[in-house]
Design a binder for this molecule. Structure first.
Ligand SMILES: [Zn+2]
Ligand SMILES: [Zn+2]
Length: 308
């Protein structure tokens, strides 16, 4: 059951205490870390995976920059009947072993033997699917390939990309929204229990590579419409490339990012993204904003899909 919203006293400048609702009713709160490990300065001291429990049923997992400079974020969400893993990592990813350990720990804590797992993705780029093969043959695992066909079937998406689908994890619905534009088989996940919106590589504090501008713009509009009136506690993407200094990002390929931007963005960033895209509709251009950079890519015929 979602817990009642806690009330948190805050201090304003004059020192008077105010009380505000911490979270909207029905939304389960959680805690994000102040900083994340990246990759270095000494790789021997950096674990391959950093696991953060946002709350007891929502885990955020980050792959070390020492394994792959993309250092992507993965998300593991537990319902009463099944768990959902979004993405399987980059490079030499052993996400399956890590996930199996986390599921075993969760099951033990909840007096269960195990829980079935659905493995899906934000999209099909190599730095999000590299650990897929590790899940092959694992008992209780359903792998949803990062293709439009497979996503439509797995999440009951009737009309790609205009309609959302969903997955019921058991007392926990996660909406699945098609958002092509960065990559054709891209989706966002909205967890109704925490109010968290997972946006993959569509929106995160970094370089938002756009391979199909009209599709990306339409997807951003769809995200804005979908979230209208809904609680959005955090928008969490799959990378951090931005530094904590406004407008400044780390160079491509950086592994150690001691002053990186926070992972979390809010719905205001989504609106800022849409406004930026609408302004450049006639001529898409690279545009650095405070917390992310809009990065349209020239079509590169014959050179294939950029892997990022
Ligand atoms: Zn990526
Ligand atoms: Zn990507």
């Amino acid at each position: 059951m979602p817990s009642a919203p806690r009330r948190l006293p805050i201090l304003i400048a004059a020192g008077a205490a105010l009380t505000v609702a911490q979270t909207p009713p029905g939304i389960e709160p959680g805690v994000l870390p102040k900083t994340w490990l990246t990759g270095g300065p000494n790789c021997l001291e950096v674990p391959d995976w950093q696991v953060h429990e946002y709350n007891p049923t929502f885990y955020i997992i980050r792959e070390s920059g020492c394994i792959n400079y993309e250092k992507p974020f993965l998300y593991l969400i537990f319902g009463r009947e099944r768990a959902l893993l979004v993405d399987t990592g980059a490079g030499a990813s052993d996400a399956a072993a890590v996930t199996a350990k986390l599921i075993a720990g969760w099951a033990k804590r909840n007096q269960r033997t195990t829980v079935p797992l659905v493995v899906a993705h934000s999209h099909g780029h190599g730095d999000h699917v590299a650990g897929d093969q590790g899940f092959a043959g694992m008992p209780g695992v359903t792998l949803v390939p990062a293709t439009v066909d497979a996503l439509e079937k797995a999440f009951a998406i009737a009309h790609w990309p205009d309609e959302a689908g969903a997955i019921d994890l058991g007392g926990r619905i996660v909406d699945v929204l098609p958002i092509p534009g960065h990559q054709p088989a891209h989706v966002a996940y909205y967890d109704r229990q925490t109010g968290i919106l997972l946006t993959g590589d569509h929106l995160y504090p970094g370089r938002l590579y756009i391979s199909d501008f009209p599709a990306y713009l339409a997807s951003t509009r769809r995200l804005v419409e979908f979230t209208e009136g809904k609680p959005v506690t955090h928008i969490l993407g799959c990378h951090i490339e931005q530094s904590s200094t406004p407008y400044v990002d780390y160079p491509i390929g950086t592994t150690y990012q001691p002053e990186e931007h926070s992972l979390e963005l809010g719905r205001a960033h989504l609106l800022e993204l849409l406004a930026g895209l609408e302004r450049m509709q006639a001529k898409p251009v690279k545009l650095a904003l405070r917390d992310f950079t809009i990065f349209p890519r020239e079509p590169r015929p014959g050179r294939g899909d950029p892997k990022k």
